[in-house]
Write a protein that binds this ligand. Structure first.
Ligand code: PGA
Length: 248
């Protein structure tokens, strides 16, 4: 059976003082967690996450990474830099990055490859907008986003990666996909990977993201192809994040 993973995405929230409270709570609970757990924090707080979580079962990571290895790219952060700060994970292709920062499928594929080259585990986010769902192109959109990475890095690369299905219409909106809606897309993603490599598909952790809360986590995580959650808003509240971990 695949292990469950709950990853928090703090987005552009936090302060040294607020993080300290949150991380202290998480650290205190870490020994009792029976799922994988991680927090993806803003770059300036990586050192704070490292000092709070080192030696615990909770991992930390970034929310973005440069598609370039190094060079004159003012404002960018490389995968090797994240690795130096002890990151295990990095989000790539979050829908906010795709929509607000114009990240294309090929940019996301390049970021995925850079992350793996530095030994990080990319959490590749895919998902359709509301308009795309209403147009009936959910499967096509998710497949296109996944294929961009498969074609660039090869299917074996997915054995060192995590997928996250995040319907854009469910992110930060309080509207969760129903467990059945999410399961349908998770199964589709796994089947797509299985076309190239059944064993890779079987081992691939596919997280659901989009308004995961303590109240809906359990039924989502009970679906056969949902292997945990990528949690935004609720990951900023220690009790909620830990309750979601308990559900996993
Ligand atoms: P949300 O965000 O849990 O606040 O909907 C999820 C995400 O953006 O990863």
């Amino acid at each position: 059976m695949r292990a469950k993973l709950v990853a928090g995405n703090w987005k552009m929230y936090g302060s040294l003082a607020a993080n300290l409270k949150l991380l202290t709570h998480i650290k205190e609970a870490a020994a009792g967690l029976r799922c994988g757990a991680a927090v993806c924090v803003p770059f300036p707080y990586l050192e704070q996450a490292r000092s709070a979580l080192s030696g615990t079962s909770v991992a930390w990571g970034g929310q973005n990474v440069s598609e370039h290895e190094e060079g004159a790219y003012t404002g960018e952060v490389s995968a090797a830099m994240l690795q130096e700060f002890g990151c295990r994970y990095v989000l790539v292709g979050h829908s906010e990055r795709r929509a607000l920062f114009a990240e294309s499928d090929s940019t996301v594929a390049a970021k995925f490859a850079q992350a793996q080259r530095a030994g990080l585990i990319p959490i590749l986010c895919v998902g359709e907008t509301l308009a795309e769902r209403e147009d009936g192109v959910t499967a096509a959109v998710v497949t296109r986003q996944l294929d961009a990475v498969l074609n660039d890095s090869g299917v074996a690369a997915l054995s060192r990666a995590v997928l996250a299905y995040e319907p854009v219409w469910a992110i930060g909106t309080g509207k969760t996909a129903s467990p059945e809606q999410a399961q349908e897309v998770h199964a589709l993603i796994r089947a797509r990977v299985a076309q190239s490599a059944a064993a890779v598909a079987e081992g691939l952790q596919i997280l659901y993201g989009g308004s995961v809360k303590p109240g809906n986590a359990r039924e989502l995580f009970a679906m056969p192809d949902i292997d945990g959650g990528l949690v935004g808003g609720a990951s900023l509240v220690a009790e909620d994040f830990l309750a979601i971990c308990a559900a996993a």
